[in-house]
Design a protein around this ligand. Sequence first.
Ligand SMILES: *[C@@H]1O[C@H](CO)[C@@H](O)[C@H](O)[C@H]1NC(C)=O
Ligand SMILES: *[C@@H]1O[C@H](CO)[C@@H](O)[C@H](O)[C@H]1NC(C)=O
Ligand SMILES: *[C@@H]1O[C@H](CO)[C@@H](O)[C@H](O)[C@H]1NC(C)=O
Length: 147
Amino acid sequence: MKMGMLVFVFSVISVATLFSSCSLALTQDGLTLLEIKNTLNDSRNLLVNWQATDETPCKWTGISCHTHDQRVRSINLPYMQLGGTISPSIGKLNRLQRLALHQNSLHGFIPNEITNCTELRALYLRANYLQGGIPANIGNLSFLTIL
Ligand SMILES: *[C@@H]1O[C@H](CO)[C@@H](O)[C@H](O)[C@H]1NC(C)=O
Ligand SMILES: *[C@@H]1O[C@H](CO)[C@@H](O)[C@H](O)[C@H]1NC(C)=O
Ligand SMILES: *[C@@H]1O[C@H](CO)[C@@H](O)[C@H](O)[C@H]1NC(C)=O
């Protein structure tokens, strides 16, 4: 009888553990941000809380989300001494409205894929080592302010 109870309790715990681990899948935008982090050189380890084990990226350093659907609304990482490049994966964040990466040490080109972010209205990239300027067809992003 006691043994049966013990087995029952263990079963409940196991099933509960299984269910909670199932729900912990990072959103697609979170996975995209991890791709973006991969091409950055975060030498000061300021993006340490960008963790694949979270369910959403909404509390990560520099990130804010749209409230209803948890899609990424802004990336705000100025003055972070970030090196590396801006990943073309940025184009997958198509609800992005603000990208602020000014005063870092980014190099390479601003990826054309950024024109996929049709809601983008603020793009701050000054004081980096970026080449080639802003992609020409970014002019179609109707609300955009570039600083
Ligand atoms: C990252 O940045 C640090 C500091 O600027 C530098 O020493 C290091 O070589 C860089 N790493 C890569 C992979 O570029
Ligand atoms: C552009 O956005 C669409 C969704 O609207 C997405 O499926 C696609 O992967 C994005 N393209 C690029 C190049 O990021
Ligand atoms: C802007 O969008 C229109 C259609 O919405 C398209 O015909 C035009 O080629 C685009 N211009 C650029 C520079 O991408």
